[in-house]
Design a protein around this ligand. Structure first.
Ligand SMILES: [Zn+2]
Ligand SMILES: [Zn+2]
Length: 266
């Protein structure tokens, strides 16, 4: 299993190199295995992804039989529901890190297409949504990275569903730093009041889009701000659901180690 994953990553790195050289224009390749699929993910790699099946309908954390989880019953979030397409397990952390830290936009398109496909299913309620708001980066972070990964994913979903993208409706007014190494309580304090939202959301059912949901602190804070700006209701859509800071950190460290060993070997 593990060595298969390493092989896939090696081939993915080759496909990233081919794309970087412009050769993807000649033959679009799968971001995971390098096969010339004509799409960002070949059918076999798409079928083998770790899809999130039984999840809490309110926060998308894994839950038995898809019932509402005890955290949501104990303290309901400001959003009405959440859909995540994938579990944050191999090869998803690797795809996310290719996108965020290696600027591999095809990895982002692959993730956006998977989320769009999931939402296009009948049961997601996506048809009732009147606007998509990507979780914004602070301007300084956006300058450093060159793009907002949540916006890239939101663009794919917007195209797939035909729902307008409200790309400028929300701004992050405060640099909140990385959430990954904070406790859940510290995460909430870190992002509270960090967003400003325009009246573009007023009266609409809004979907917030992010790459990975972990504690949900960021989307809670943004949902509060979107509702305060007059949105009728808020739901949350994410590519992947991580089950906790610890699991997320381990997966992140593993993905980095894998990327660094690939870099070192070429
Ligand atoms: Zn493939
Ligand atoms: Zn829940």
């Amino acid at each position: 299993m593990e060595s298969g994953g390493d092989d896939a990553r090696r081939r993915g790195d080759l496909s990233a190199a081919l794309r970087a050289a412009g050769l993807w224009l000649l033959a679009p390749v799968c971001v995971l295995c390098g096969a010339s699929a004509g799409e960002n993910l070949c059918g076999a790699c798409a079928a083998a992804l770790p899809y999130l099946e039984d999840a809490c309908p309110r926060c998308a954390s894994p839950a038995d039989h898809g019932s509402e989880c005890w955290r949501c019953r104990d303290r309901p979030p400001p959003f009405a529901g959440a859909v995540c397409a994938l579990r944050y397990e191999a090869p998803v952390p690797w795809l996310i890190h290719r996108l965020k830290f290696a600027g591999d936009l095809a990895a982002g398109h692959a993730l956006g297409e998977v989320l769009g496909h999931r939402l296009a299913g009948n049961a997601s309620g996506a048809g009732a949504i009147g606007g998509i708001v990507p979780v914004p980066l602070h301007a300084a972070r956006l300058r450093a990275r060159g793009f907002n990964q949540a916006r890239l994913i939101a663009e794919c979903v917007s195209r797939r569903l035909g729902v307008p993208l409200l790309a400028r409706a929300a701004r992050r007014t405060r640099e909140t730093g990385a959430q990954a190494r904070l406790s859940p309580a510290a995460r909430e304090g870190n992002v509270r009041g960090a967003f400003s939202v325009t009246s573009a959301v007023a009266g609409r059912r809004v979907a917030l889009v992010d790459d990975v949901l972990t504690s949900g602190a960021t989307v809670r804070a943004l949902a509060d701000a979107v509702l305060a700006a007059g949105a009728a209701s808020v739901v949350v859509w994410g590519c992947a659901r991580s089950t906790g800071a610890h699991a997320s950190r381990l997966a992140t460290d593993k993905a980095f180690a894998s990327m660094n060993s690939l870099r070192g070997s070429t």
